[in-house]
Design a protein around this ligand. Sequence first.
Ligand SMILES: Nc1ncnc2c1ncn2[C@@H]1O[C@H](COP(=O)(O)OP(=O)(O)OP(=O)(O)O)[C@@H](O)[C@H]1O
Ligand SMILES: O=C(O)c1ccc[n+]([C@@H]2O[C@H](COP(=O)([O-])O)[C@@H](O)[C@H]2O)c1
Length: 284
Amino acid sequence: MAAHLTESFTNPPGYTFPHHRLSRVLRNPNKTPLVLVACGSFSPVTYLHLRMFEMAKDHVRQNTDFEIVGGYLSPVSDMYKKPGLLSARHRVNMCTMGAEDSNTWLMVDSWEAFQSYQRTAIVLDHFDYEINTVLGGVHTEDGEHRNVRVMLLAGSDLIGTMSEPGVWAYSDLEHILGRYGCFIVERAGTAMDQATDALARWRSNIHLISQLIQNDVSSTKVRLFLRRGLSVRYLLPNSVVDYIEEHGLYQDEGANTSAHPSPDKGKEREREVTASGSKKEAVS
Ligand SMILES: Nc1ncnc2c1ncn2[C@@H]1O[C@H](COP(=O)(O)OP(=O)(O)OP(=O)(O)O)[C@@H](O)[C@H]1O
Ligand SMILES: O=C(O)c1ccc[n+]([C@@H]2O[C@H](COP(=O)([O-])O)[C@@H](O)[C@H]2O)c1
């Protein structure tokens, strides 16, 4: 396997890698241990983000030779400067509440949240390093060592951006899709085939998951609802709704966000949302 893109990983102050829910024993020795990593803004985390992991779990069990040993949400750094991006502290708190309240296998890693912007290829390297190099991977019930495969979990809109010029570096795509691979959850408004056609050379490492029950909740819609004083209960875990109310979050556009929109990635994304209209129409 190719080496990591970096040999040294800078940790935020006081950081330790969370592994309290990582299963260290592989139940089926014929399977390959797998950790799923979802990168995103999670501003705020919704039930759809959490459902992505459950959909992936069913897909993995029914269609692959992997065995999931853990799942991580990795909220992006404040330096990503996307519109609506609340400070990393709040986003990490909400992800932790949402993930830890409602299941037994998800964890939140704050490594990328609490430092400068890290590309997704580097984030996957960080997980690979922590799980396989530092922790030493997992073992079978007979004590045989196994390296864990780390893979990206994302919606089809994210994979769609991978074929847009200028968003991802080609060498990073080779690293993410060639070395690691990904599970892609269908997202309303994005054609899965179109999203993956341009990435055909990595086809064997791209696993597509259909949404059998369509759910198009997005953080953008949730933020719009909150600004208009509409209820978001049952779109997000109750603990996250309570946290948002308690801290008065997402009341004004741009207020209590981590930064002002930058002319780069954030603006690109804002154009995408406005152009498709899909996220704004819902509450207009
Ligand atoms: N409705 C959805 N269907 C499928 N995937 C989704 C959906 N909502 C979010 N995702 C995926 O979840 C991951 C995290 O995304 P992110 O935090 O940017 O959520 P988002 O709801 O798209 O946010 P925003 O509305 O602020 O752009 C991404 O891979 C994204 O594709
Ligand atoms: O690594 C890259 O070059 C890269 C390019 C575009 C997006 N990403 C990651 O994709 C994630 C979701 O982005 P977004 O804009 O859809 O919220 C976020 O974690 C970004 O760091 C990463």
